[in-house]
Design a protein around this ligand. Structure first.
Ligand code: ATP
Ligand code: MG
Length: 444
C-alpha cells in the first residue's frame, strides 16, 4: 500500500480526552475516531489490526472444533423474558421499539438466542458435543465508557457457547476452550493469566477471566514464572486425563492477590523464587452455567435411554476490540506502538527519504515490488514530506520493520533496516535487507 493512497490521518499532538497510552496512541495513529461516547469508527489502520485479531481468534476457535455462525445484533425482548433476564439486565441493555411497537434490544450477549437456535435443530445426544461461536458487535450501555475501545459501549466480541449432555462432558469442553484461549493469546504475542472468577449461584470452580499483563491493569495477580516455559500447548486435548492434568497445572499457577485462600494454594504449589506479581487487563471470560438457559428455553436432547436431558452449557468470551487497546498497553514505548508480528497492520514500513530523486524512487519501487510479490504487507511512505516526519509516523504506528532508502544508499544499492522492537539498525544490500525482514513475515 502506498501511503499517498492510504487513509491514515495521524496526529502530532496528544489528544486531551485520552487518559491512557493505548487510547492516546490509537487516536494519534489514526486507528479510530469517537462518534458518540463509547462508540467508535474504525479507520483503515485500526481495522486492519482488528481484523488480524479476529482472524487469530477464528483460526484457534476452528482448531478447537468450534463452529462459526453469525447471529444478529438485534434481538427480540420475548426471548429474554423467557430466561428472566429482560428485567434483570437493567440499564446496561439498549432497548428498542420497532414500528409495530414490538420490544427489541441490541444484544449485549447471546445466551438466549443461541439456546433457542440450538433447540430448533438439535434433538439427540448423538449431535453433541457442540460449540457455536460468532464474532459480532455488542452493545452495553456502560455507565462510564472510558479508555477508548477498552471500555466502549459498542464493542466487538467473540462469544462461543458449548452444549453437552452432562456436567462432566461440559467440564471437558470448558477445559478445551481454556487451553485454546492460552494458545490464542500466545499467538498475539501476549502472556495471558487465567484467574478464577466468581461463578455466582451456580457455584463450582468453572469460571475464569483471562488477563494480559499491563501496568495500567485493574487487577493484580501472582503467577508462577516457570509457566512461560511450560509446554502445555502440545497437550493432546482429545485425551480427557491429559486435558485435566494440564488444566490443574495451569490453574494452580496463578492467584488473585486479594484472595487469601488462593494465595495459600499458590504458595503451596509454587516455590518462592518463582513467584511473581503482575497487573492485568481482562480480555476474556469463560463460564460454565449448567442448565440455566436450556431449562427455561427448552433446549433438551434425547439421551441413549430415550429420556430427555436438559443440555449443559458454557459460554466463552473474548474482547476482540478491547484487545486492540490491550495489546498496545502491553507493547509500546515513548514513540508509539510495537506490534507483535501476527497483529501488525503491515509487516514492513518503507521510507523514501527523497521522493523525486531517481535512485530513491527506483530503489523503493524495487523493494516494494519484491515484498508484495512474496505476499508481505508493506506500507510505502511515498509522500513528499520531511524524512523526520515520516520516521516519527513509522515509530508511532509500530510496524515490525522499517526499510529506508536515501540518495547515498540508493547509489550503492544499500538499504537501512530497522527493527522496531529492538531499535537495532543495519545498513545492508537490498537482497540482504529483504531476507532479514521476510524471515518471520506472515504472508497474506
Ligand atoms: P468487565 O468486567 O470488564 O465489565 P464483563 O465481565 O462484563 O467485563 P463479559 O461479559 O465477561 O464482560 O464479556 C467478555 C469479554 O468482552 C470481556 O472479557 C472483555 O474482554 C470484553 N468486554 C466486556 N465489556 C466490554 C466493553 N464495555 N468494552 C470492550 N470490551 C468489553
Ligand atoms: Mg467478565
Amino acid at each position: 500500500m502506498r501511503r499517498t493512497a492510504f487513509y491514515l490521518p495521524t496526529m502530532k499532538d496528544t489528544p486531551a480526552e485520552a487518559q491512557i497510552v493505548s487510547h492516546r496512541v490509537m487516536l494519534r495513529a489514526g486507528m479510530v475516531r469517537q462518534c458518540s461516547a463509547g462508540i467508535y469508527a474504525w479507520l483503515p489502520l485500526g481495522l486492519k489490526v482488528l481484523n488480524n485479531i479476529a482472524r487469530i481468534v477464528r483460526e484457534e476457535q476452528d482448531a478447537a472444533g468450534c463452529n462459526e455462525v453469525l447471529m444478529p445484533t438485534i434481538q427480540s425482548a420475548d426471548l429474554w423474558r423467557q430466561s428472566g433476564r429482560y428485567d434483570a439486565y437493567g440499564p446496561e441493555m439498549l432497548r428498542i421499539t420497532d414500528r409495530h411497537e414490538r420490544d427489541m434490544l441490541f444484544g449485549p450477549t447471546n445466551e438466549e438466542m443461541v439456546t433457542e437456535l440450538f433447540s430448533r435443530d438439535v434433538k439427540s445426544y448423538k449431535q453433541l458435543p457442540l460449540n457455536l461461536y460468532h464474532i459480532q458487535w455488542k452493545f452495553r450501555d456502560e455507565i462510564r465508557p472510558r479508555f477508548g475501545v477498552m471500555r466502549g459501549r459498542e464493542f466487538l466480541m467473540k462469544d462461543g457457547y458449548s452444549f453437552d449432555v452432562s456436567k462432566v462432558a461440559a467440564a471437558e469442553a470448558y477445559k478445551r476452550v481454556f487451553i485454546s484461549y492460552l494458545k490464542t493469546f500466545k499467538r498475539m504475542g501476549l502472556v495471558a493469566f487465567p484467574m478464577k472468577a466468581d461463578t455466582g449461584p451456580i457455584g463450582g470452580d468453572l469460571s475464569h477471566e483471562f488477563l494480559i499483563e499491563a501496568k495500567t491493569g485493574e487487577s493484580e495477580i501472582f503467577y508462577d514464572s516457570a509457566l512461560n516455559d511450560l509446554d502445555i500447548f502440545n497437550t493432546d486435548t482429545s485425551d480427557a486425563a491429559a486435558l485435566d492434568q494440564a488444566f490443574q497445572t495451569l490453574t494452580a499457577a496463578y492467584a488473585r492477590t486479594d484472595e487469601t485462600h488462593e494465595q495459600g494454594e499458590f504458595e503451596a504449589a509454587v516455590p518462592e523464587l518463582r513467584r511473581r506479581t503482575a497487573r492485568g487487563i481482562e480480555v476474556g471470560h469463560i463460564f460454565y452455567f449448567g442448565t440455566k438457559y436450556s431449562e427455561p428455553l427448552g433446549a433438551k436432547v434425547t439421551g441413549p435411554d430415550g429420556a430427555e436431558i436438559d443440555v449443559h452449557m458454557g459460554s466463552y468470551g473474548i474482547g476482540v476490540s478491547r484487545l486492540v487497546g490491550g495489546i498496545i498497553e502491553a507493547s509500546h514505548d515513548e514513540q508509539g506502538v510495537i506490534w507483535p508480528a501476527e497483529i501488525a497492520p503491515f509487516h514492513v514500513g518503507l521510507v523514501n527519504i527523497k521522493v523525486g530523486h531517481e535512485g530513491c524512487d527506483a530503489g523503493c519501487q524495487q523493494l516494494y515490488d519484491a515484498l508484495r510479490s512474496k505476499g508481505v504487507e508493506v506500507l510505502y511512505d511515498d509522500r513528499e514530506e520531511r524524512a523526520g516526519a515520516k520516521f516519527a509516523d513509522m515509530e508511532l504506528i509500530g510496524l515490525p520493520w522499517v526499510m529506508t532508502v536515501g540518495p547515498r544508499g540508493a547509489e550503492s544499492g544499500m538499504v537501512e533496516v530497522k527493527n522496531r522492537k529492538s531499535g537495532e539498525k543495519v545498513e545492508v544490500a537490498f537482497d540482504k535487507g529483504l531476507e532479514l525482514v521476510m524471515a518471520n513475515a506472515p504472508r497474506r
